[in-house]
Design a protein around this ligand. Structure first.
Ligand code: FES
Ligand code: FES
Length: 158
């Protein structure tokens, strides 16, 4: 492990110190070192969005980030979205709107939508579509996902 380095960052509110290969991506570290497999492994080329996590509150592609780029940062993965047994309003809305089919894109959609609604509590359809445009879904046609984000926005805004 002589080529390993210690990385420090916060994941879902918990401070983590991990011995990692400096050339491993944040996606690999989350899934393989920390066992957080909710972050999905897709293209590894920055094209599908499946690996999206929040870094200091903003959506980032974890397949393109190396440990030194997230040193000291706050990372949120899908495992950090619910509060205990209580689903986040976006998670409830996705279930209700039928926005989850195979579920492969769902963690990335939810986290991207969370960041969107934190910046703009009542986005237009167009703004939702633009925010989610980097996240590919092979199943839903996006309509149900867009409706779910609108539904969650309505509830979170009240
Ligand atoms: S796995 Fe990261 S963008 Fe596809
Ligand atoms: S629900 Fe299957 S890829 Fe989106």
């Amino acid at each position: 492990m002589s080529d390993s380095v210690i990385a420090n960052f916060d994941v879902n509110g918990r401070s983590r110190e991990v011995l990692v290969k400096p050339y491993h991506t944040l996606l690999e570290i989350l899934r393989e070192d920390l066992g957080l497999t909710g972050t999905k492994h897709g293209c590894e080329l920055g094209e599908c969005g499946a690996c999206t996590v929040l870094v200091d509150g903003l959506p980032q592609l974890s397949c393109l980030l190396l440990p030194h780029q997230v040193e000291g940062k706050e990372i949120t993965t899908i495992e950090g979205l619910a509060e205990g047994d209580e689903l986040h309003p976006l998670q409830e809305a996705f279930v209700e709107a039928g926005a989850v089919q195979c579920g492969y894109c769902t963690p990335s959609m939810l986290l991207t939508a969370k960041a969107l609604l934190e910046g703009d509590p009542s986005p237009s359809r167009q703004e939702i579509a633009e925010a989610l445009s980097g996240n590919l879904c092979r199943c839903t046609g996006y309509e149900a996902i867009t409706r779910a984000v609108e539904l969650a926005a309505t509830r979170m805004d009240t």
